[in-house]
Write a new protein. Structure first.
Length: 116
C-alpha cells in the first residue's frame, strides 16, 4: 500500500493530475507474494492504469525487493453504474428530491430538452 500511495503522490508531483484522478479510486489487493490485483470501476480506468503500470511495477519491484511481482487488473462490474445521464434522468432525480419542480415545469411550460 505504501508503494501505491508513493506512486500516486509522484503522479501529483509530476503534474499528471488526470491520471492521478483516474487511478486513485482503484483498489489494491495482495493475492500472493508475487501477484497484486488492482480493481477499477471502468474499462477506461484500466486503460489509464495500463499506461502507467510499468513505472509502478519498477517502483514496487525496487522498494519490495521482489522482481517476480506481477499485476492483475479487474473490472468491478457491481460498482459500475450509468455515468452518462440524460437531462431527463437528471430532472427526474431532482423531482424525487423536490416534487415541486415537476409542478413548476408543467405550469411554466418548461422543457429540459431545449437548448441551454
Amino acid at each position: 500500500m505504501a508503494c501505491w500511495e508513493q506512486f500516486l503522490s509522484e503522479l501529483q508531483k509530476q503534474n499528471k493530475i488526470p491520471v492521478y484522478n483516474a487511478l486513485h479510486t482503484g483498489k489494491i489487493k495482495l493475492i500472493n507474494e508475487t501477484q497484486i490485483e488492482f480493481t477499477f470501476e471502468s474499462a477506461s480506468l484500466i486503460n489509464e492504469f495500463d499506461l502507467e503500470k510499468n513505472e509502478l511495477m519498477k517502483l514496487m519491484r525496487e522498494k519490495l525487493r521482489n522482481d517476480l511481482i506481477d499485476f492483475k487488473t479487474k473490472l468491478n462490474w457491481s460498482e459500475t453504474g450509468n455515468f452518462v445521464k440524460t437531462k431527463a434522468d437528471i430532472f427526474n432525480e431532482m423531482v424525487k428530491k423536490n416534487p415541486t419542480l415537476l409542478k413548476m415545469k408543467e405550469e411554466m411550460g418548461l422543457d429540459y430538452n431545449s437548448p441551454e
